[in-house]
Design a protein around this ligand. Structure first.
Ligand SMILES: Cc1ncc(COP(=O)(O)O)c(C=O)c1O
Length: 371
């Protein structure tokens, strides 16, 4: 039995003809950059999320860098980010010249408001300007919450939600994309909405920010192609990827429902095991980019899963502040206890809307057996 970690093939089989036709259309009209499909996809993103501005770009890493540039991050600005996330979340800060501050996460794997409050104080003591926070919706769980909102308001922080893993999720029935100053996402193939290459998008309800974002992603363009009012970059979603995404976004609503059904089944069936299950919340609906478990004997479990041909992945094995390139960055003074622990204990098991029931059952029974 071969169990895919993320099943892109079954999805492709469902929409093979539509994908081929939409790519053919692009090949025929030849507008490979800024073709009509890109505009169509931005309209689709807006109607899916109900956000006023949805602006596509080349990938989720650029999306973060563009968002920071649009907020005009300065060299003395502290930008708070969890240490337990993918490197892109922190990389973007370092790239555009802000000061990254690594903050701990809570047991839902998202930024811990208490740790953030301490880091804000640390930044002030270091004479940095505590300005921006990048909460990361890890594994597909929105990080929007009351405690975080309170801090953002009290300390007048600007917020960029890194929703690379949570596109399609919501908070109090409002789609992710509508929170904070800016939200960014990624269409990397393995994401809840993935293309067949790289892609990303930036969301905002603020007209001025939207104008800056459009300019920055397009070489800082002003009123015409050869007028440049910002230092920008070349970050476009190419037309073929937009054509693919226009087909795939039609499936997203049902796919998110299926992901939630599988996560609920995993949760229910593994409830009596010694594994630590993902924390659920009744205000947020999740996109379940990953279904992530924890156990002190993680490595032993992974080895056992491997022996049964069940794929698993560790997101993420090393705290970002321990990565060579980031070792000199600021770390919250209260420490990163959860991050350090989680890096040693987490593992993600197969999750996709197309994961067969027999495979789900085999994964569950293997995890419940004596590994
Ligand atoms: C949390 C997070 N942020 C940012 C990114 C960057 O997205 P991309 O790979 O499209 O640059 C990713 C992608 O894996 C991610 O998981």
């Amino acid at each position: 039995m071969e169990i895919p970690f993320i099943d892109l093939k079954s999805q492709y089989e469902l929409i093979r003809e539509q994908i081929k036709n939409s790519i053919d259309t692009v090949l025929d009209h030849g507008k490979f950059i800024n073709g009509p499909e890109v505009n169509e996809f931005e309209t689709n993103l807006k109607s899916y999320t109900s956000v006023k501005h949805a602006i596509t770009c080349a990938n989720g890493t650029d999306a973060l860098a563009i968002a920071l540039l649009a907020l005009k991050v300065q060299s003395n600005d502290a930008v708070f980010v969890p240490s337990f996330t993918y490197i892109a979340s922190a990389e973007s800060i370092a790239l555009v010249g802000g000061v990254p501050y690594f903050v701990d996460v809570g047991d839902d794997y998202n930024i811990c408001p208490k740790s953030l409050e301490i880091a804000i104080d640390d930044a002030k003591k270091n004479n940095h300007n505590p300005r921006i926070v990048i909460p990361v919706d890890l594994f597909g769980k929105p990080s929007v919450c009351v405690e975080l909102d309170e801090l953002i308001n009290n300390f007048d922080l600007e917020t960029i939600y890194d929703a690379a893993q949570s596109f399609g999720s919501s908070h109090n029935q409002i789609k992710i994309g509508n929170f904070g100053d800016i939200t960014t996402t990624s269409f990397f193939p393995a994401k809840p909405l993935g293309c067949y290459g790289d892609g990303g998008a930036i969301f905002t309800n603020n007209d001025d920010l939207a104008k800056s974002i459009r300019s920055i992603k397009n070489h800082g363009m002003g009123n015409h192609k050869y007028e440049h009012v910002n230092v920008g970059m070349n970050s476009r979603l190419d037309t073929i990827q937009a054509a693919v995404l226009n087909e795939k976004i039609k499936l997203l609503h049902n796919e998110i429902i299926k992901r939630n059904q599988i996560a609920q089944y995993y949760n229910h069936e593994l409830n009596d095991s010694s594994l630590i299950l993902p924390k659920l919340s009744n205000t947020n609906s999740y996109a379940w980019a990953q279904y992530t478990l924890r156990h002190v004997d993680r490595d032993k479990i992974i080895e056992f899963l491997q022996s049964k041909n069940i794929p698993s992945t560790i997101y993420y094995p090393i705290p970002l502040n321990e990565q060579d390139a980031y070792k000199s960055c600021n770390v919250v003074s209260s420490g990163l206890n959860n991050t350090e622990k989680f890096c040693k204990e987490v593992f993600s098991i197969p999750m996709s809307p197309y994961l067969k029931k027999e495979h789900q059952d085999f994964i569950i029974s293997t995890l419940k057996s004596k590994w």
